[in-house]
Write a protein that binds this ligand. Sequence first.
Ligand code: HEM
Ligand code: HEM
Length: 291
Amino acid sequence: MASLFVVAAIVLVCWCGVFVVRGLLSTDELSAFLTRFPGDAPQLASTPDGIPAFVSWTHFLNAFFLVMIVRTALRVRGEKRAGGLWTSTRVKKRRMSLALWAHIAVDVLWLANGVVFVVLLFTSGHWARIVPVSWEVFPNALSALLQYLSLDWPTHRGWVNYNALQQLSYFAIVFIASPIAAVTGYRLSTFYPKGPAWQRALPDTLAKKLHFPTMLFFVAFVIAHVGLVFTTGILRNLNTMYGGADRVSWVGFAVFAATVVLMIIGWRTARRDDWIAKPASWTGDVRMMRK
Ligand code: HEM
Ligand code: HEM
């Protein structure tokens, strides 16, 4: 009963919030602000339109690998006893559970995909879609935020121009969160060089403090991102990313659905140590532990 009351109170507060924001936006000052900063990310005249094929492919692979990374990370975090141990054949002291081996193996694939994405991003000119090119991105992001809060959402035109909030969040996930995940993960791994200078450069305690919250940031981003993709014209949005064209069509939806099936298969595979053991044995010695 009490929790029902809390939920009702939260809904009421949010609802009042919407009206407050709408009231504010109807004042002369704020409506002039919205006219001056409509919410779009400022663009260079040379920025190409559209979602090129390399973005579609790397975006799909990124989401697929990320699902496996999160699955294996949760195993690493929750595992009391390893189901199997991997030992390097070159450096005998290098040893880890199969779940952690799988986490790092997928990380390597994810990083390679990320490098391909970033290189093509800069050689194709598409970079200017997700990298801010003017300080005006900030007032525009505030404008887009106010429009979301007022429930009168900014027009979604992902094919031509992201809004400033989209651009900032895409920039943050690619150029801030991903490097943090990679560097702190490398620090925590057995591959990080030993010695006081390396420890001072990035203390393991700091890396540990950052690595897990970075995952929470990824998960929060994906929930908001996919939520908005679905609620701002699902068929058209999915077709821009998975169907290569800016029109309402079931093609993009069908491709997206197929990728979800692959993700479910990946999720299930990542919990099986007997399956992980096979590729792990190509790179070192594997010993299964008795349950
Ligand atoms: C599987 C669920 C996902 C769906 C359905 C999805 C859908 C989309 C769509 C439709 C766009 C085009 C922009 C738009 O219209 O808003 C987009 C762009 C983007 N998404 Fe996703 N996305 C997913 C997962 C992810 C994940 C896991 C990440 C990263 C962690 C991500 C990062 C991005 C980035 C960086 C862009 C901008 C790409 C560019 O133009 O270079 N997405 N996504
Ligand atoms: C190149 C990228 C990455 C590397 C090298 C890496 C490496 C590692 C290592 C070595 C551990 C074990 C830490 C320990 O023993 O305390 C670990 C744990 C973990 N990783 Fe990663 N990781 C990477 C990317 C990611 C990403 C992208 C995510 C999430 C989206 C993630 C989420 C986690 C989580 C949640 C744990 C468990 C942490 C804990 O116990 O608090 N990792 N990772």
